[in-house]
Design a protein around this ligand. Structure first.
Ligand SMILES: [Fe+2]
Length: 194
């Protein structure tokens, strides 16, 4: 019978996080003997412990159970803290601050790395009265379109979701210095500092 989780993966992830068996045990409130049992294949974690265990080991439940995990390489995370993920299946947009592991529709979503604006994706910012009018000259077809525009300042993030056939534009109340993020469903995340 195949185990739904293996001791090898628990040990590997525990060591990756730099935890001793005792440290991991105290996080999820079991004894170190229990952790040792799991890692040597003499026992399996109760199903109710899978979620806290995956959280402690900083992987998703799916990764823990499949034994295949990804490494979060959000290099900008420490400096910028803001990050976006987009689910390729349902189009869900997730904004987060700091490191995390996001899954949606049963798959793990990588943190999107933002590129600076480029010749195909020029972000125009105009100040109209007390609003920023953001526009981008871009296709808005089902196959290739801008799916959101976000305005991130040090204390908040405002996201305007866009759909094909709409104009690629958004208005934001001027909250001062910040970054505009534009997401193209084909070319990814593009940013411009303001
Ligand atoms: Fe594009």
């Amino acid at each position: 019978m195949n185990n739904y989780i293996t001791g090898k993966i628990i040990k590997e992830l525990r060591e990756k996080q730099g935890f001793t068996q005792l440290e991991l045990a105290s996080i999820i409130r079991v004894s170190d003997k229990t952790i040792s049992k799991w890692e040597t294949g003499k026992g399996l974690p109760d199903i109710t412990l899978i979620e806290p265990l995956s959280r402690a080991l900083k992987v998703s439940v799916i990764e823990l159970m499949s034994g295949e995990y990804i490494t979060n390489q959000n290099k900008a995370g420490n400096l910028l803290k803001s990050s976006f993920s987009v689910c390729p299946i349902c189009g869900n947009v997730i904004y987060s601050i700091g490191e995390n592991l996001i899954s949606c529709c049963g798959i793990n979503l990588p943190i999107l790395e933002a590129d600076l604006e480029n010749e195909k994706h020029i972000i125009n910012c105009e100040m109209i009265e007390n609003e920023y009018y953001i526009s981008i000259n871009h296709d808005m077809t089902k196959e290739h379109h801008i799916s959101f525009i976000a305005y991130v300042t040090n204390d908040r993030c405002e996201i305007v979701k866009l759909y094909p056939e709409q104009n690629a534009e958004a208005r934001f109340f001027n909250r001062g210095k910040g970054t505009i993020y534009v997401y193209c469903n084909k070319d990814g995340l593009i940013k411009k500092d303001m």
